[in-house]
Write a protein that binds this ligand. Structure first.
Ligand code: FMN
Length: 327
């Protein structure tokens, strides 16, 4: 049975990819994920705040890109990558430690510095880069069009500077997600990761304070990425990854049926441990055996919008039917 999957032009042994999470922040964690046979590993992100704090070191690095290979000599140190330099070392160490593709991840708002740092990630040995554009525009005078333009410009700058593929982890909060997706692909993105999961702050009413709140996802959150993957499949020339709510092998199958090339998993692995990938693989293989499938390509996208007889199920019509079904 063949689980081989093409994602961002990379050949993966499995469509199950470890999404960015603390599991990949250490080399031991990276090895555990590889031993569990994930198709690829997206590393825990380097955040914009870390990048801007260490701009001087980056300027020195960029002045002599050869220095990058010197500094990324093997590091067995098992620790959280805290600075841009540590992160580059982690990318190289991870790349050397395992056979699965290592996707470096950068996380922040539209920022011209990303393009420079992306070159260093390529030098450090990343197989691809995932750019998680996370930005909450609180300036009420900034228009949606301006925000989108900044996203597109950032991705154009990043993709211009590197030869490795670049995926964009997108938010669903746009007036027309499909149009933004299409323009990001036009700007050079090889893949779209749908969707970034926002952690909304909670309130502590006793202390009258805002407090950060992190909760793991549930399968219920899969519906939004499923819908948009189904809509975008065959309509943008890019690989598609589903993230948010992949917890069971059925969730992986649903992602593939709507047209995802890969299903990314974070919460489920944090909850059950990296070995849980084997459970997902077992469920996937057992379903394929029952369906007489030797590869996933035969069914990938078979429930995407463009291949459905009733494409309106992805649109507003389904809203009315869903409400009606409640009575
Ligand atoms: C504890 C934790 C840390 C995360 N760190 C990152 C990160 O560094 N970069 C990133 O792009 N996404 C990060 N994510 C988001 C995940 O990669 C994933 O997209 C999200 O959790 C939805 O997938 P899930 O439903 O499988 O958890 C993190 C998620 C969790 C739970």
């Amino acid at each position: 049975m063949n689980l081989t999957t093409s994602y961002l032009g990379l050949s993966l042994n499995s469509p199950i990819v470890a999404s960015a999470s603390p599991l990949s922040s250490t080399l031991d964690g990276v090895r555990e994920l590889a031993d569990a046979h994930v198709g690829a590993i997206v590393l825990y992100s380097l955040f914009e705040e870390q990048l801007t704090l260490d701009r001087d070191s980056l300027t020195r690095l960029l002045a002599d890109r050869g220095y990058a290979s010197a500094l990324v000599e093997k590091s067995e140190s098992v620790r959280l990558a805290q600075t841009p330099l540590d992160y580059l070392k982690h990318v190289t160490a991870a790349r050397e430690a395992v056979d699965v593709p290592i996707i470096a991840s950068i996380n922040g708002g539209p920022n011209p510095d990303w393009a420079n740092y992306a070159r260093l990630l390529e030098d450090a040995g990343a197989s691809a880069i995932e750019v998680n554009l996370y930005f909450v525009p609180t300036d009420l005078d900034v228009t949606s069009a301006e925000v989108e333009e900044r996203y597109v410009d950032t991705i154009a700058a990043v993709t211009d500077g590197v030869d490795i593929p670049v995926a964009v982890k997108l938010s669903p909060y746009f007036g027309n997600v499909g149009n933004v997706a299409k323009r990001l692909v036009g700007a050079g993105a090889s893949g779209l990761v749908l969707f970034n999961r926002f952690y909304q702050p909670d309130l502590d009413i006793g202390r009258r304070a805002v407090r950060p709140a992190l909760e793991l996802s549930t399968s219920h959150e899969l519906r939004l990425p499923l819908r948009w993957t189904g809509i975008l499949r065959d309509r943008v020339e890019a690989s598609l990854a589903v993230t948010s709510g992949v917890h069971t092998s059925d969730d992986v199958i649903k992602a593939i049926l709507v047209g995802a090339d890969v299903a990314m998993v974070a919460s489920a692995l944090l909850k059950h441990g990296p070995d849980y990938v084997e459970t997902l693989h077992r469920g996937l293989r057992s379903w394929m055996a029952g369906e007489d499938l030797t590869s996933l390509d035969a069914v990938r996208g078979s429930l995407s919008q463009s291949r459905l007889e009733r494409p309106e199920v992805f649109e507003r019509a389904q809203y009315i039917r869903t409400l009606e079904s409640a009575s």
